[in-house]
Structures are given as C-alpha cells and as structure tokens.
Design a protein around this ligand. Structure first.
Ligand code: ADP
Length: 226
C-alpha cells in the first residue's frame, strides 16, 4: 500500500513540483500518472523511491515512512520499489545477463540463485536468446525489456515506470504495455507515467491526472481524455 498525505515537494529553485497532494494506492493496482509536461509526474514518482525527498507531508510505501527513513534503509526501499526509465539506463559495458545480475549481486545471493532468477526474468520478458549481447546491439524495445527485467529481478512489490515508451515506436510501446500488464497480473503494483493516450485507452486502468503538482482527476478504468 502507498499513501501520500498532503505531500509537497518544492525544489531549491522554489518550484512547487508537487503541491499538497494526497493519494492512496492499494497493493496490486495498476495506475497511470498523466498530465502535461512539468505537471509533476516524474517528481511524484521520484518521491516514492526517495530519489527526491519530500518538503512537507507524509508518504508511506509498504512499511517505509519516507519522511523518516534513514539513509541506511534506502537500499531496502529500492528493492521494494523497482524503477524503469524512458532512457533505459543500462550499463553499456555489461551484457544483458550482467545488467540484470548486477542488481542481485549487491543483495548477497548465491551464484546459483542469481543465475536462476536472472534467467527466469529474462525469459519472462522474452530475451532468453540475447543474454550474452551488449545493450548497443539491441533495439530500443529490447533494451527497455532488459531494464524491466533488472527492475523486477529483486521481486519488488511496486514497479515505477516513468514514461517507459517515450522513445519507442507504437508497436514496441504496445509490447512494453503488455509486459507491464503481465507483471501487474502477478501481483506487483505498477505506477506508470505516460503520454501514450492511445495505449492508456486500450489497456484500461486507474488514471490519475496531474496539473501544476495537484491531482485534478482520479478515475478507475478511466481513459486518457476523461
Ligand atoms: P513532469 O514529469 O510532469 O514533466 P516534473 O516532475 O519533471 O514534471 O517537473 C515538475 C516541475 O518541477 C517542473 O516545473 C520542473 O521544471 C520542475 N523540476 C523538476 N525537477 C527539478 C529539479 N531537479 N530542480 C528544480 N526544478 C525541477
């Protein structure tokens, strides 16, 4: 469960990116965050894994109270909340397998466990045949699938995807929506910032619309224009 209670994020330049916003997201929900550029979508998502700190208010993400969380607990929060970005952020000198395994190696698992989990998530995203390739030899859609595999290999309760299809053509974007749908069906909460109105209308879920840092509508099975 995720709860935001009167959350404000003001950047040092005084811009109020999130303005006194309250929200509740249950475990297992699929939520789109939509709104014009600059409306606070990325900031809202960055607050949930403590990439940014809140200025005022209260955020609860699972058992973590983010206004109180200690620095040494942040790595555990980041295992609870996986993240996918528009520009993939893969490590160019590591293979597909290594990019995903890297996220697990820091958790001190055995090599056998790492191997089995990495292979399983790569199979889930349809990349079993590309494990030894480097990111530069993959298409954008394939790179995003590696990034998704990396984000879910720690079995996070929550997956945040900030504009994950922003750099992809429509067919590839649909594949990414399908993979996120499948991850959600396995019980993971998915929170996705997107401008892809067509796919938001096709894959119906809760739609939270932001404007100037505030929630201006919140509809279940909503569409992009609602
Ligand atoms: P969106 O994801 O909807 O485009 P953002 O959360 O990126 O919106 O931005 C919300 C507002 O906060 C914008 O006015 C943006 O310029 C500002 N902003 C975002 N990140 C920073 C930052 N690191 N420092 C200062 N201002 C920022």
């Amino acid at each position: 469960m995720i709860v935001l209670d009167r959350v404000t994020k003001q950047y040092p330049n005084r811009i109020m990116a999130v303005n006194n916003t309250s929200l509740r997201i249950e475990q297992g929900e699929f939520v789109y965050i939509i709104g014009p550029s600059g409306s606070g979508k990325s900031t809202l998502m960055k607050l949930l894994n403590r990439e940014e700190r809140i200025s005022k208010g209260h955020i609860q993400v699972g058992k973590y109270q983010l206004e109180k969380i200690k620095d040494k607990e942040v790595p555990y929060l980041r295992r609870y909340v996986g993240v996918v970005f528009q520009d993939f952020k893969l490590l160019p000198n590591l293979t597909v397998y290594e990019n995903v395994a890297f996220a697990l190696e820091v958790t001190g698992q055995s090599n056998k466990e790492i191997k089995s989990r990495v292979n399983k998530v790569l199979e889930m995203v349809g990349l079993s045949s590309k494990t030894n390739q480097y990111p530069r030899s993959l298409s954008g859609g394939e790179q995003q699938r590696v990034a998704i595999a990396r984000a879910i290999v720690n079995r996070p309760a929550v997956l945040i995807a900030d504009e994950p299809t922003g750099n992809l053509d429509p067919d590839t974007a649909r594949e990414i929506f399908q993979i996120l749908e499948m991850i959600n069906q396995s019980g993971t909460t998915v929170i996705m910032g997107t401008h892809n109105n067509q796919l938001v209308d096709e894959f119906r879920h809760r739609v939270i619309r932001l404007e100037e840092g505030r929630v201006i509508s919140d509809t279940y099975k909503g569409d992009y224009e609602a």
